[in-house]
Design a protein around this ligand. Structure first.
Ligand code: PLP
Length: 295
């Protein structure tokens, strides 16, 4: 075994569902963490059956198994930030709440997903969603609802930018430390940030990227915020950079099936195919191609 050691980058935990098409859920989160030079670990709340055409069914992880995953990871690894996505059931939302109370993480980003863009399956049952509103919301650093999620959590109708601002403020009054209401589906995609610490509401406009490949945008945005917080950025900067990152990942996306494709979270790693006959040779000289020919 080599005794060479490297310092680990920030390690993030995602608590979310598994999407076999790898566009959303833990797969999207882990790609996003990697793209930010972070290491990701994952506790899986549910196995979904889905393709790019939508979610077909959901098979929740039993609460005891989720708790065992979380405890095993937290006992072993120093976690710099947590991202919470699909929880599936109230039982799992409750396990996660107890876990946060025990561990007292510095950065926790909650994406309160309950319905997929495509397909009829629920990503969180209604009693779970009420539990998120009444209990989990107060325990995280920032919550990132889209417009339908903000409507459910606040009971308000959210149809325009002013209503997004009012909903963000209401969520802060309900106990959230900070809120980003995402307006990705608006003609001019605008996000609204309300931080209880400053009390100010800020809006961040963006360019609309014309693409059908937006599956997993919410997961990617919240994971990118978590990664930036883990790397030491203040929330406002983390939100600005996460929005720019998601926009670029949509711009660079490609279709992989018949439905909405994933974002390209790893666009920064894209390399042109080497020309034929040209191989990458490792610098340490151990690759056979780098060895002097034996005579
Ligand atoms: N599947 C899983 C496991 C998810 O976590 C999510 C969103 O959070 C979805 C599907 C739905 O993603 P989208 O609505 O972006 O298609």
């Amino acid at each position: 075994m080599s005794n060479q050691t490297h310092q680990a980058p920030p390690i993030l935990l995602t608590i979310a569902g598994f999407d076999p098409s790898c566009g959303a859920g833990v797969a999207a989160d882990l790609k996003t963490f990697a793209a930010h030079n972070c290491y990701g670990v994952a506790a899986v709340t549910a196995l979904t059956v889905q393709s790019t055409q939508g979610v077909i069914s959901v098979h929740a992880t039993p609460g005891a198994q989720l708790r065992a995953q979380l405890d095993a990871l937290a006992d072993d690894i120093a976690i710099a930030a947590v991202k919470i996505g699909m929880l599936s059931t109230r039982a799992n939302a409750s396990v996660v709440t107890e876990f946060l109370d025990k561990q007292k993480f510095q950065h926790v980003v909650l994406d309160p997903v309950f319905r997929p863009t495509a397909g009829n399956a629920e990503l969180l049952d209604i009693s779970g969603l009420k539990f998120v509103r009444d209990e989990l919301l107060k325990r995280v650093s920032v919550i990132t609802p889209n417009i339908p999620e903000a409507e459910f959590l606040t009971g308000m109708e959210v149809k325009d930018l002013n209503a997004m601002k009012a909903a963000a403020q209401k969520l802060v009054e309900m106990g959230a430390r900070a809120v980003v209401v995402t307006g990705g589906h608006l003609e001019k995609p605008t996000d609204v940030l309300c931080d209880a610490a400053g009390g100010e509401v800020e809006t961040f406009g963006g360019d609309h990227v014309k693409s059908a490949n937006t599956h997993g945008s919410g997961c990617t945005f919240s994971s990118a915020i978590a990664a930036q917080l883990a790397c030491g950025l203040p929330l406002r900067e983390a939100v600005i950079l996460a929005k720019a990152y998601v926009t670029k990942a949509i711009e660079k996306s490609y279709s992989i099936g018949k439905g909405a494709g994933p974002l390209n979270q790893l666009f920064r790693f894209h390399q042109e195919q080497p020309a034929r006959g040209v191989h990458e040779v490792p610098q340490h000289g151990m690759h056979p191609a780098a060895e002097p020919a034996a005579h």
